[in-house]
Design a binder for this molecule. Structure first.
Ligand code: UD1
Length: 420
């Protein structure tokens, strides 16, 4: 296992290019199961999670090639309707193969993904949506068994206790493309990654309207065909590098971003003191004035993303004043608090809130990554801490950031990889 070692204190400067979005590419790869024709997906980030999804596609009988950011998926003669526990349990997003397998093969057996470090993460909304399309669903020995000789369009409300669900919306939308008649998803997730999936499905011949809004209408078609698609830029990677610029008092230009996907992040960072200037598909991010403590509440899109909560907490941990960070999507997503405190931060957790009292200086320490975004927050803290920080278990970081340490090196950071 590798760890990342960081010598803090360098102001980051220069240009960096954002990779394709992890949360867009995973369901889009799953959507290739809806057709036997070849599909070509471009701007694919080379991530641990992407490679897990490619393994799942292979296990289901697809031929997959991945070269220089382009994935080509074609069919073999042997298709399987079983998504195995070993693969699905390593990555929750793999549960979104359920809708496509069921719609295409009329039956599916998909392992339940299980919980994860950031919380319980149930799949009730996925199952409610798929059931509403007329599927017969049972759960046996840790697997969801679903069957339907013909899925039928219906009206389904997908709001849950914590708002809408991204992957449940994806799952039901994919299944509904091949259902008979019209499906209306109410309280659909509005995240740009859901809209990107819909755009790909439309290229495959699906009839979808309203994606990107809380009401999505899908008119089922008899079959879908192969298509080519380029993945949108990763707004969370962009947000993480924006924080990297501010936390080091640097000056970074971030290229290949969709500004319109970053509204809440830009708003909060400007409130905290950032100057963010936009040119075409680039953003220049630096400090306008001294950092100021701000309160942040995570919410479904277009609200502030939960996937940026840990990173903004690192920034607030060295910002004078008190900030309150409230987590409304995953109330237990605070594994990074204890590790940031090991580096000298003053953060107290009170239920779904973290109260951050900014300190003058963090100090480098050995810390442990517990999940993907927590590991990003520790790297950010390491960039500004006095002395040396080592972040172990960085396979979490590799799940969702392509070449993170190389990108930071290009910006001047003293960061390198060592064996544990
Ligand atoms: C996706 C993202 C993840 C992000 C999350 C919230 C991918 C691959 N992952 O995860 O990075 O943090 O959205 O923006 O796109 N819930 C239920 N029942 C369900 C499903 C979800 O109660 O059936 C709850 C969850 O526990 C959570 C909330 O709904 O509290 C939102 O979760 P959801 O949007 O489903 O997250 P994912 O789609 O798994």
């Amino acid at each position: 296992m590798d760890k990342l070692v960081i010598e803090g204190g360098v102001k980051l400067k220069g240009e960096v290019v954002i990779s394709g979005s992890k949360n867009a590419v995973l369901p889009i790869l799953a959507a290739t199961l809806l057709t036997d024709e070849p599909c070509v997906i471009k701007n694919v980030p080379n991530l641990r999670d992407t490679n897990t999804m490619l393994k799942i596609l292979r296990s289901l009988g697809k031929n997959v090639e991945f070269n220089k950011g382009i994935v080509t998926v074609s069919s073999t003669r042997h298709t399987s309707f079983i998504a195995d526990y070993k693969l699905v349990s390593t990555m929750r997003a793999s549960f979104c193969v359920l809708g496509p397998i069921l719609a295409k093969l009329k039956k599916a057996k998909v392992s339940l993904p299980g919980g994860c470090i950031i919380g319980v993460r149930p799949v009730d909304l996925h199952l409610k949506g798929i059931k509403s399309l007329g599927a017969d669903i049972t759960i046996e020995s840790g697997y969801v068994h679903a069957k339907a000789s013909q899925l039928k369009g219906s009206q389904v409300y997908l709001g849950g206790v914590y708002g809408s669900s991204v992957l449940a919306t994806d799952n039901v939308m994919m299944a509904a493309t091949l259902a008979k008649g019209e499906t209306i998803i109410e309280s659909a997730a509005c995240e740009p990654e859901v809209a990107d999936l819909a755009e790909f499905l439309i290229k495959m011949g699906a009839k979808i309207k309203g994606h990107g809004t809380p009401i999505i209408e899908i008119e089922g078609v008899r079959q879908l065909h192969g298509a080519e698609h380029s993945i949108i830029p990763d707004r969370i990677e962009a947000g993480t590098l924006m924080v990297a610029s501010l936390i080091t008092k640097g000056d970074i230009t971030i290229k290949n971003v969709f500004y319109q996907h970053l509204g809440a992040v830009v708003d909060k960072l400007e409130e905290a003191g950032a100057s963010i200037s936009k040119t075409d598909s680039s953003l220049r991010v630096r400090l306008k004035r001294k950092l100021k403590a701000i309160n942040v509440t995570t919410l479904p899109y277009p609200g502030f993303p939960t996937d940026m909560q840990a990173q903004i907490m690192s920034l607030m941990s060295i910002t004078p004043g008190i900030s309150v960070i409230t987590e409304k999507i995953y109330p237990d997503r605070f594994m990074h608090v204890a590790e940031l405190n090991r580096m000298g931060a003053h953060i107290q957790r009170e239920g779904p809130h973290a109260i951050v009292e900014g300190v003058k200086q963090l100090s480098g320490a050995p810390v442990m990554a517990s999940d993907l975004r927590a590991s990003a927050s520790l790297v950010l803290a390491g960039l500004v801490a006095r002395g040396r920080t080592s972040v172990s278990r960085i396979y979490h970081l590799e799940r969702g950031y392509e070449n993170m340490e190389k990108k930071l090196q290009v910006l001047g950071a003293k960061i390198w990889r060592e064996k544990e």
